[in-house]
Design a protein around this ligand. Structure first.
Ligand code: 1CP
Length: 336
């Protein structure tokens, strides 16, 4: 069993796996080199050889316990017929959503469109050390809805008017999305991804009264699907604050990934029966070495007797220095 699955399933506190969200990405010069020659991000995600090569880049450089397949949560809306464009410094833009067209999808069409992702997973699993895990992932329904319906007014705020107007359409879309997301999980698992992470990056934007409908229940259904199929699952309901507790009680994933606004001591005391992951602010990596190490040690000490996966409270930022990351990984691996 790999260190990561041992921690997740056996809840063994003695192993201390480490990996990072966005570990394959723009902070690596070798990624930028490939990206520069491949301007179309969707096409890059659908190039199985390149996707696999990018997935393995951080593994070649660092002593990490897991690789995460190079793809994007927006490949699912793409697979379901929406156009997806990534505009530099602006983020993703999707073509207008149309429920009637969306309903015309079927499993075979979806599977064919996203097949290169599953091929990339097969290829990566073949070239990855047996001791290292390969992580597949999805975006949670709500987080996908935010992009599919263009719900954001700006980086931090939702357009609540659209949210109200489209309530019925959103409900129907979430229910359909769950089916395709479970299929996407199953196909990634069958191709060789042995752990799934569910990113609910915009969970923190949901109005309190809608948390159950938009966050807890959809995540619960997908986690239940994973459990029924014996697929280990990590949930990342970002920025839920104290509602992490409610999320944990209702959704019951194998592991909860913490964002950097969560106080790790609070998490340790309140999320008692859970394997936990991450938490440290990615911006700490821009500080001086002694400050970084102090913060790394803080997380490792708080979670010393708990099953804990070292990671950050969100993805690595593009300005991160890979040499600094190298030192952090050594620090984690040598921690006694
Ligand atoms: O070169 C570039 O500009 C591409 C940047 C990039 C990368 C490296 C995007 C665009 N996606 C990815 C890969 C990616 N996305 C991975 C690969 C594996 C790894 O972690 O190494 C994963 C797991 C994701 C997941 C993802 N995509 C999330 C969830 C995690 C999070 O960051 O909260 C989200 C919200 C997206 C949407 C997305 N894709 C890309 C960007 C810049 C964004 C976010 C935009 C926004 O803030 O709204």
């Amino acid at each position: 069993m790999s260190k990561l699955t041992n921690c997740l399933l056996k809840k063994d506190p003695s192993c201390r796996p480490v990996w990072f969200m966005r570990q394959a990405g723009r902070y690596l010069p070798e990624f930028r080199e490939i990206r520069q020659k491949n301007k179309d991000f969707i096409k890059l995600c659908l190039n199985s050889n390149l996707s696999s090569e990018i997935t393995l880049q951080p593994i070649q450089r660092f002593n990490l316990d897991a690789a995460i397949i190079f793809s994007d949560i927006l490949m699912v809306p793409y697979g379901l017929g929406q156009e997806v464009k990534f505009i530099k410094d602006e983020g993703p833009i999707l073509s207008p959503f149309n429920l009637e067209i969306f309903k015309k999808n079927n499993f075979d069409k979806f599977k064919d469109k996203l097949n290169p992702i599953y091929e990339a997973i097969k290829l990566t699993r073949k070239n990855l050390d047996k001791q290292k895990s390969l992580i597949g992932f999805i975006g949670a329904p709500w987080t996908l809805i935010v992009y599919m319906f263009g719900l954001k007014k700006n980086k931090e705020e939702l357009d609540l008017n659209i949210l109200k107007q489209k309530e019925e359409e959103i409900r129907e879309t979430i229910n359909l999305l769950i089916e395709y997301l479970c299929l996407h999980i199953e196909l990634q698992f069958k191709a060789g991804a042995e752990v799934i992470q569910i990113f609910d990056s915009w969970a923190g934007l949901i109005p309190e009264a809608k948390l159950s409908d938009y966050c807890f229940e959809p995540n619960k259904k997908i986690v239940q699907f994973c459990k029924n199929n014996k697929i280990p699952v990590i949930c990342f309901p970002r920025n839920l604050n104290k509602n992490y507790l409610k999320f944990a009680d209702i959704v019951k994933p194998d592991c909860l990934s913490l964002d950097y606004k969560i106080d790790p001591t609070w998490a340790k005391e309140n999320l008692k029966n859970y394997c936990l992951q991450g938490g440290m602010d990615p911006k700490i990596l821009f500080e001086k070495e002694d400050i970084i190490f102090k913060e790394v040690d803080k997380y490792l000490t708080i979670f010393k007797d708990r099953p804990y996966i070292f990671n950050l409270g969100h993805g690595l930022l593009p300005q991160t220095n890979p040499d600094v990351l190298q030192k952090v990984i050594e620090r984690v691996n040598n921690f006694k």
